[in-house]
Design a protein around this ligand. Structure first.
Ligand code: IMP
Ligand code: MG
Length: 172
């Protein structure tokens, strides 16, 4: 069973607010927005269309694995190609859950000598375990519930839903 958590209109309004913050925070700069695939693709495309300053875009694809014993590891499946040395980078993520993926991405980016690295995340699960710093831009804070839609999947499906919905435990 699916229960709506954030409607299409609520998401649209909030994404615009985040874009407005980016517009003023990066006034006079040309940030590089790096979308983390696949989950962020809808958020990313809605966000950049509300950004009015000059910006560049690129993408990375990562997957994470968490075993019952291990803390988990992140696998880089495809990298971005823009030279980010001296640039202002905004990592665009779908969900921050344990923080494993975003910590990996921030460390990876920081090694490339950018001028700055911040995170814009659609969702932030507020019981996050191991995070070095809170993302600068967050659309919505949520509980640990598993959510789908607006780019987020369950077994690669349901990314196409227009709103963000909670997937009831019975479906898992
Ligand atoms: P983390 O490494 O534990 O922070 O997990 C981050 C990644 O797990 C996200 O980028 C998503 O791809 C995936 N993920 C975590 N929670 C959800 C969810 O509720 N729905 C869909 N994907 C999720
Ligand atoms: Mg993701």
């Amino acid at each position: 069973m699916l229960k709506e958590l954030f409607s299409e209109i609520t998401i649209k309004r909030r994404v615009k607010e985040i874009a407005n913050s980016i517009n003023s925070d990066y006034h006079g700069k040309v940030p590089v927005l790096i979308g983390i695939l696949k989950g962020s693709f809808i958020f990313f495309s809605d966000l950049i269309r509300e950004i009015k300053i000059d910006c560049e875009i690129d993408f990375m694809k990562v997957s994470s694995y968490r075993g019952s014993q291990s803390k988990g590891s992140v696998n880089l499946e495809s990298n971005f190609s823009i030279d980010v040395r001296g640039r202002d980078v905004i990592i665009v993520e779908d969900v921050i859950d344990s923080g494993l993926t975003i910590n990996y991405l921030i460390n990876l980016l920081n090694e490339l000598d950018p001028s700055s690295v911040v995170v814009a995340s659609l969702l932030f699960k507020n019981e996050v375990a191991q995070l070095n710093s809170k993302p600068k831009y967050i659309c919505f804070e949520t509980s640990q519930d598993y959510v789908v839609g607006y780019g987020l999947d369950y077994n690669q499906k349901m990314r196409n839903l227009k709103s963000i919905k909670v997937l009831d435990k019975l479906d898992k």
